[in-house]
Every structure is written in C-alpha cells, then in structure tokens.
Write a protein that binds this ligand. Sequence first.
Ligand SMILES: [Zn+2]
Length: 428
Amino acid sequence: MNATPAYQLIDRPEQLAPLLAALDRVQEASLDTEADNLYHYRTRVCLLQFYVDGEIYLVDVLAPIDLKPLWSRLATKHLIMHGSDFDVRLLYDLCHFRPKSLFDTMLAAQLLNRQRIGLAALLEEHFGVELDKDSQKANWSKRPLTQRLLDYAALDVYYLPRLRDLLTSELAVAERLEWLDQQCQRQIEAGTLGFPRDDENGWRLGRSERLRPTGLAVLHAVWHWREEWARKLDVPPFKVTGNELLLRIAESADHGLSARAMVESMHLGKRHDRLAPSLLQALEAGLARDPHTLPRRRGRDPNQQPLSADELALQDRLKTDRDRIAARLKLDPTLIANRAQLAQVARAPDKVDQVLLPWQSGLLRNEPALRADHPANRVATERAERSGKTVTQGELSFDETNSPPGEKSPSTDVSDQTDPSDDQLEQT
Ligand SMILES: [Zn+2]
C-alpha cells in the first residue's frame, strides 16, 4: 500500500487553533468531505479534510466543536476540491457556507476529455497511488473512526494541489482554463441553492412519463411507502427498495395485475416479512386512488411544456451543431449543452447567453442553427420575442445542469445508487 502522509485529527475544541492559524497564512486550501448518505435517511457531514500550508487536518464534524471561526476563514480562500457539487451543497446546507472560488479537479479532467475522472483513477494514473475503494463507501458516522478510514481521508486531499497544477498546465495548453473558471463559478452558484427540499414531484422517477394514470397513482403510493420506511429505519430510500422495483410495480399495475399478485411476485430482501404487509396496503390504496387527485407537475415551469414542431426542429439542428463541435474539440457533447439546455435554447434562441455559460454559447452562437440569418431560425426567434419568455440559468433543472455527464449526482437521486454490499432487493 501507499505511505500515508502525516495528519492531525481534530475532535476536541482546543485542537482547532493550528488549522485556523494555517488558514491565516495562506490564500488557498484543499478540501474534501465525507458524509453518511449511504447509511442514513438525512445526510450529515461527518468529516472535513483539509490540506493547508503543507499539513493535513481531519476535522470530526460530529464532535462538539464550534466551527464558526473555521467557516469564516474558509470563505475568504480559494478552494481545491474534486467533484465538488455534492460537497458544496452539503456545506451550504450545514452552515450556509459559500466558497469564494474553487478549482474542481473533476471538472478540469472532464474539460480535458479524460475518460476516467474519478479521484482514485486520477491519483493512480499520475501518482501511482491506490485509494482504498471500500473506505469511500464506509459508514463515516461511526465513532471512533478507524485508522484505515483516517488514512484514506488524508490521501483524499493530499494530492489535490499537485493534481491541480498538472491539470492547469494541460488546460492552459488547450486554452480551456477560462472554461474551467466558468464551470467552477456555476458550480458554486448551483451548489449554494442547496438541495431541493420536499419536492412534491419527487416521486416522478425516470420512466414515469410513460405510465398510464393507474401506474402513476401506484407509483405515487409506493414511493411514499418507501419514504416512510426509510425515515422509520433511518436509511436512505434506496436501501428500502431501488427505483427500478418501484417502476416495475407501477408498470405491472398498468398491465392490470392485482395488488396481491404484485406483492407475491416480488421479494424485498432481508426485511421482506416486515415490509410486505404495508406494501400490499400501499398498493391497494394506489389502485383505489383517483389519478386526477395526484399532485400536478408544476404548471408554470416553461421547461416542462412540450416543444412545438418548430422548436423541435431547431433543437435537432442545435444538437447537430453541438455534436460536430464536440467531435472536433474532442469533448463530451453534454459539456457544451445538455439535453435540457438544448431544449431551452430551442425555445428561446435569443436567450442562449442566459442558458449557457459564455464558453458554451460562444461555441454554438456562430454555427448554422443559431446564426441569425438562418431562415428557419428567424421564426423561432420572433416567436420567443413575442412570448417574452425569459429563461435564466437559475431555472435550469437541478439534476441536468450539475451532474457530470452520464452520471447521476448522488445528491439528487440517492436511490439510484447501488450499494454492492446491499443484497436485499432482488426480485424473485
Ligand atoms: Zn473523500
């Protein structure tokens, strides 16, 4: 294994002073957090890892330490983080902390079109370091923290400055440093909106669009059944059942299966006997419910309305432009604009600068689809002006703007994560 760098564990109030002093000496700090979202219903920050002025500090957030002096200092520093989306939200939730500026090494790796952008992969590639993969999924709320976990936590921040330096020079050569700045700034903006709370449409999972009214009513019922159990057991919802099972139940309901037949056809893992009776009740309630009484989608949200034929055509042309540029620049197309953003631009092409970051709209603006003199484009532009719609970045849907492409943010849909150690939920 690797030699572990020295670190200081801070779990008593009087141990905080050296970290505060270190922060006072520097302009930047590397930061990582470990949370217990794989183990509890409500996510808590359990550990903060800092690498500041050549020293590693591990702060036990569950210990009775007043961290206010830490947050006020940190708010004036440039931060180096990896995959900061979840952490920034978490810290904002914890204490309304907002980073001044940051360098996210994962976003940097994305803009360099690295195929493996996880920290473990990057550390292995550049420093020959192996991160302990089990520790990543450990229960960070357990005390005392084991040596193994602390060692892992220390390595998580130790290489960040060197990784940053390395990625910075590559980005400079590719002339993409400015792109990264914009991405990181947007990450801060999005992260300091916190997590969406108690969305009454949270139950509308992945394929739910394709369900018929009966299936929707059943999905609504079993989703709430799962939330109730997750809260009662204090586990993340995905540890009660996966989304896939809920969707399959809803689809079976659409195919006319009875509640009893559905429950009999599945196995809910180690808690089956405890969960099954209430699932049967939830299913019966769902089947009995008048689908018209389900909570409606937010009607005002223009992004939920279907696109017109003209807008769809423009969206297709935008996508063609985007994919061509992406291939030329060797970039993941969704980094230039994801699906939701393409739809928003198609709806209001004159608002492209509000929907996309400057580097993104700069790439698209002079391509055929958006060029003002494009005959097909003019119609859409005029219509957007007539309707006076304004699309701002704040309205972009949470999960689409902030997730790394092809990956679901753990913050938005914890239930999609699968924990290999969790064997409860196979359907039989
Ligand atoms: Zn970590």
